[in-house]
Design a protein around this ligand. Sequence first.
Ligand code: GLN
Length: 539
Amino acid sequence: MRRTKWVVVTGGVLSGLGKGVVTSSIGRLIKSQGFSVSPVKIDPYINLDAGTMRPTEHGEVFVTDDGGETDQDLGNYERFLDVSLSKLNNITTGQVYQKVISDERNLKYDGKCVEVIPHIPQEVKRRLKLIGKNSDFVLVEVGGTIGDYQNVLFLEALRTMRLEGEPMVFIHVAYLPIPKNIGEMKTKPAQHSVRALNEQGIQPDFIVARSEQPLDEVRREKLSLFCNVKRNNVISNPDLKSIYEVPIVYEKQNFGELIFNRFGLKYKKGKLVSWANYVNKIPLFRKKLRIGVVGKYFDIGNFVLQDSYISVIEAIKHASWHSKAQAEIIWLNSKEFEKNPLKLSALNNVHGVIVPGGFGKSGTEGKILAIQYLREHNIPFLGLCFGMQLAVVEFARNVCNLKGAHTVEIEPNAKHPVIDILPEQKKLLADNNYGATMRLGSWPATLKKGTKVHSLYKKDLVNERHRHRYEVNPEYIKILEDNGLLFSGQSPDRKLMEFMELPGHIFFIATQAHPEFKSRIMKPAPLFDGFVKACASRL
Ligand code: GLN
């Protein structure tokens, strides 16, 4: 009988170590051996999902086929493992407590006193095992940093799983700083973080040493001795040019084989060759594309946070590499265009522009100005979700001459509500019912033959993921189409406009969906692929 094997990844010293990439890369190694792998992200916050969080707070909200609004790490897992995950693959403290409390109300605890220990860890284990049911391996990434108060109950669940005899391997990812004034890599914070993990009753089997530089033998020895981990089980993970190189760096250190040894499994070498061949060629591509992204979720204090658009960025890279090119992403803050429209001329310095998803008023007029500029100057444009809605607003205002056209999200009393609320969304908003209530997950669309969109997908029926409340108002479709806008894809019942394009333009395509979520390193999303090719044609 198959027995699920568990690989747990924890993080120490600081957040932002790329634990998600570590977990994904280990997953890639395991998958290369022909096993099924299900990754789980544990997020120790009370929110039931990531959907109600600001992107500058927590990064992008990743949407799964089944409509989960999840942590962005699920995006990394999907991209590295080429799988489609479920909302069950993201567990939050809020979900666990909600279930325990509702079970208590339903008398499921038989009159017992329901307590944090053992009932919360028990519910965590129930959820994990549900995921384990259909997989050879489950990869559990514990969010937050060891030593946080917040993830203790999850660690407790994992500790007792090992005690109960589940086959488990613990991998601790720790940061090794190289302070400028001494110029030496320091292991002490990592040692302390392992000690903090020990206090939870967990001894890691492996340490992944994250640092700017590769780990040298002296530090490997120190980590091994003071953290009680075998020398070979200390894995060096320096900063790399591309995250996709991480599995290759691990393979060179036999990381996969060492993990397999712990489970008593045989590891076949050479299974990562096609991945490595593809990734190793990337630095050789000489063509350089400048791709503009017009957004607003960048600034947090004095720092630029690109995490808000991580799937868009990865989709641009995948498509560029497919065209044997490197993309430089130019961040264009739409609020700047509003303050000074002369800045729109910056759009001449890029090969094409993406207007990604978004919510709310700020920066919206700047995005509309940018879209108008791209349309009038024949510069490639790809609009995603909000990007499509604003392209319709722009077209209505400036081509159809519908002054006062807008989306009711921004202007509830718009004279011409060309983007209107989806009928099923009206009541939800009236009740202030915001969480997990948008039109979410995978929805089909039929594409019109002979359109550019159809030629890119090469299919009549496509499924893409969605996350929105508003849509093209059916009452304006005729006037928009009479003026030259082509709706190239619709929901099968023809009620929702899913794709649009402008014939005669070098590339002016937008979609109500988020095709960026399904882009893979060796299988770029068709719209991104077409967009990048149009950009490359201008080199
Ligand atoms: N705010 C818009 C809506 O809710 C677009 C959402 C998005 O871009 N994901 O319809």
